[in-house]
Design a protein around this ligand. Sequence first.
Ligand SMILES: NC(=O)c1ccc[n+]([C@@H]2O[C@H](COP(=O)([O-])OP(=O)(O)OC[C@H]3O[C@@H](n4cnc5c(N)ncnc54)[C@H](OP(=O)(O)O)[C@@H]3O)[C@@H](O)[C@H]2O)c1
Length: 466
Amino acid sequence: MKYTLNEHIVVNRSIDACFAYLKDFSTIEQWDPGVYRSRKLTAGPPSTDTKYEILLKLPGNKHAAMQYTQIAINEPHQLILHGDGGSFKALDTISFTTVDANRTRIDYTAELDLAWLSPAFGWTIKPFLNRIGKNAIKGLNAALTNPSAPSRRRLKDTIYDKLIVPGTLGFGKRGYLSLPRKSHTNRMDGKVVVITGPTAGLGLAAACELTRLGATLVLLGRDRQKLDSAAEQIQAFSGCSQGVLHIIEADLSSLQATEKAAKQILHTQPHIHVLINNAGALFAEREETKEGFERALAVNFLAPVLLNKLLQARLKNDSRIVNVVSGGLYFQGLKIDDLQFRKETYDGSKAYARAKRALLYLSQDSAANHTACYYTMHPGWAATPGVAKSLPAFNKKLQNYMRDSRMGADTMIWLATAPELKDYKTPQLWFDRRPHTCDVLPGTKSKPEELQRLKNWTTATLSPFV
Ligand SMILES: NC(=O)c1ccc[n+]([C@@H]2O[C@H](COP(=O)([O-])OP(=O)(O)OC[C@H]3O[C@@H](n4cnc5c(N)ncnc54)[C@H](OP(=O)(O)O)[C@@H]3O)[C@@H](O)[C@H]2O)c1
């Protein structure tokens, strides 16, 4: 049976912006609710012959793979793709027409060929196919329409957070998959994003997506080889040019190295639009850095705070600072008399959670005292090299339940790019594009005098480097 679906929408975006988004067909996972995951199989910028793998959702959490090949790219007017799912083939034509400078009509035609089904039985499946087509175009319309304001904190989230178990259930991939919006459509051309820890996991995933959106990236990592390999992976993913990737080497457990890296950035970047403090680590054993700081505190807290302080001159009113923390902070309060974890038997998870909580507090303090927008976010539980190394049992047990890196990086990218967040400040913790409570368990919230002591200690500790 052959059947043709025809849908169209008019969106409030320029033709170039619409085309730029759909040119990479793997963005389909962000807007078509019938698609589970998609990826570009061919490295580099999308062009004729670029191949994509699309996993369609089937009942019972099953997926069916289709391979799409880009047949034509007529910028900015038309894209043609051929899809092959074995017994199911499709020829998709996406056409773009300018309505006016800020409005575009998108026509989507899918010529379907279901060789296994006799035309006499076409009536059994046509309503189903129509529904899939309508849902897809509705999703595309939503992806290309920015909400007027970010979501507010919901009572349901607060209750779930407080009850802990329902809240943490959302930390896995189900939480991400149930998000009503997954799209990243806002161009970042000409914007500079400094990101720490871009060599693996969430940082690498965020770097990939941000360059697909056109951003220039400063990649701050500790290992030159890994940084070069990350740059290659980012180029393969988004097709960005090498010129938009600037590599800076620094081991962020060293404040001296962090200071040196910040100086290099100050020297080369007149304006930082986004600073993403993503690098983080959890250690099994207590060790101190050469400068005398417990490692988890140094990497997860002192380095991002120092970087933020040193880059102030390049952070303008429109800049955003995204501090990546962890839901683990729900379980730990600050131990203001023992920030260096010297008095208790060392517990890596506790040290990590306390350092993240300290970062949350200083991020909130910066938000209150600066014009730039500060956000802290929790990525959920994502299977990354860091989790595999530091929490092997957790990683093994929850393998099927955890997010992938791109799912974990979603809110980070959204906080860096969403126009609806412009000038929007909230001291809350962002998770899955929503603000959440910062304190769940009794006794974990610090008192104002403890926060002042944390600030004083941090200022004194960082003063040799500022
Ligand atoms: N994955 C999760 O489930 C999860 C949950 C909550 C919070 N987080 C937070 O999300 C962020 C990213 O985590 P991830 O899971 O993607 O971890 P990951 O896979 O270990 O990646 C961490 C990145 O940080 C870098 N890094 C670590 N220590 C560094 C140092 N001393 N100097 C410079 N760079 C350093 C790593 O560089 P190398 O490649 O050189 O090691 C890597 O690029 C972290 O802040 C983490 O705490 C993750």
